[in-house]
Design a protein around this ligand. Structure first.
Ligand code: BJW
Ligand code: ZN
Length: 297
């Protein structure tokens, strides 16, 4: 029996989820009667359900929290996040790759294997169902994630702002590399610390992960498409991102400037707006299916 008098069996699913899966910044947040007056219940607010029911052009901006319940670590969780264990400047910059390509390549290969052995969660699947509602004219997923879980959940329009773990290319000439090993046949038991990257068949340069590192530009055409979609959306759902990395973090303001509504779905209350009745403090794989079932009632 915990301090609150709840047994772990009798705890609400949200409280149990937060206790088991989240860092201290989440478990210490107040789930009810929070002073910011935000929605922290297991049921979405009536304004959120109504807004989603009316939305015709929807954009969903996702971050690492979207895939957390598929077992993929986020970046900035203070305990389980990748940046709690690894220094981003040693792994996620072009300078790091030039300095130590074996360490960087091994880290990304470990993450590619992790994703390949993961499955889309109930949140990814709920977004695919949302797109299929007859009222929805378009639903675009703009993701910062380098995994392919939205696609594997059946989402059709997915824009990857920060690239992909599955599209490596030559660091020197940019040529795409087709020779990645099959993770099913080649599963490293533990994270390897060093692994030489393959060589480019065109120029013999080093193959690099096809992701966007700090200090690098986003793929221009994808960024422009994402911006246009956001600027014409009537609703932007912001799911599972700490909104600390730019320019992705500027998209909610772009939506608001063009008259769109913004709803943040995240278990961490510090990411929510203190005033918006469209925000919901909840993990994605619990909240999104619940939201969808309310729409179908
Ligand atoms: C859950 C959950 C559950 C947990 N359910 N939720 C303006 C101001 C200041 C600095 C800059 C600026 N503009 C540019 C910069 C510099 C830099 C930057 O932003 N730095 C900041 C850190 C200060 N930006 C860049 O360098 C970018 N390039 C650029 O701007 O070029 C110019 C240009 C612009 C436009 C067009 C062309 C050119 C590049 C940024 C690249 C970011 N790369 C990384 C690594 C990618 C490869 C890899 O995966 O290794 O991308 S860093 C890392 O952060 C990764 C992520 O995509 C990104 C965002 O993280 P995310 O997704 O928000 O994860 P977390 O961990 O931070 O948050 C998880 C959230 O989930 C939390 O809120 C949890 O509560 C929540 N959660 N469980 C729902 N179950
Ligand atoms: Zn090359």
């Amino acid at each position: 029996m915990g301090k609150s008098g709840e047994s772990s069996v009798g705890q609400s699913p949200l409280r149990r989820f937060l206790t088991q899966h989240s860092g201290p910044y989440v478990t210490s947040c107040r789930m009810a009667g929070d002073h910011r007056n935000m929605s922290s219940s297991l049921t979405p607010s009536a304004p959120l359900v109504a807004r989603l029911r009316d939305a015709r052009r929807i954009v969903v901006l996702t971050g690492a929290g979207m895939s957390a319940e598929s077992g993929i670590p986020t970046f900035r969780d203070q305990v389980t996040g990748l940046w709690a264990r690894f220094d981003p400047y040693d792994l996620a910059t072009p300078e790091a790759f030039v300095r130590d390509p074996e360490t960087v390549w091994a880290w990304y290969e470990w993450r590619r294997h992790l994703v390949a052995h993961a499955a889309p969660n109930a949140g990814h699947l709920a977004l695919t169902k949302l797109a299929a509602r007859p009222q929805v004219e378009s639903l675009t997923i703009v993701t910062q994630n380098v995994d392919d879980l939205h696609e594997r959940a059946g989402s059709k329009e997915v824009l990857h702002l920060h690239g992909s773990l599955f599209a490596p290319r030559c660091f020197a000439c940019g040529q795409a590399f087709e020779g990645l090993t099959d993770p099913a046949k080649d599963e490293p038991e533990n994270q390897m610390t060093r692994l030489p990257p393959p060589s480019c068949s065109h120029c013999n340069g080093r193959i690099r992960p096809g992701v966007v590192w700090f200090g690098e530009g986003l793929p221009e055409e994808i960024w422009m498409r994402a911006l246009r979609k956001v600027e014409t959306a009537d609703l932007l759902l912001v799911i599972g991102t700490s909104s600390k990395v730019y320019p992705a973090a500027s998209l909610p303001d772009a939506a608001r400037r063009h008259g769109g509504d913004v709803s943040v779905i995240n278990p961490d209350p510090s990411t929510l707006s203190s005033r918006s009745r469209l925000d919901w403090q909840i993990p994605a794989a619990i909240g999104l299916p619940a939201l969808l079932s309310m729409l179908e009632e």
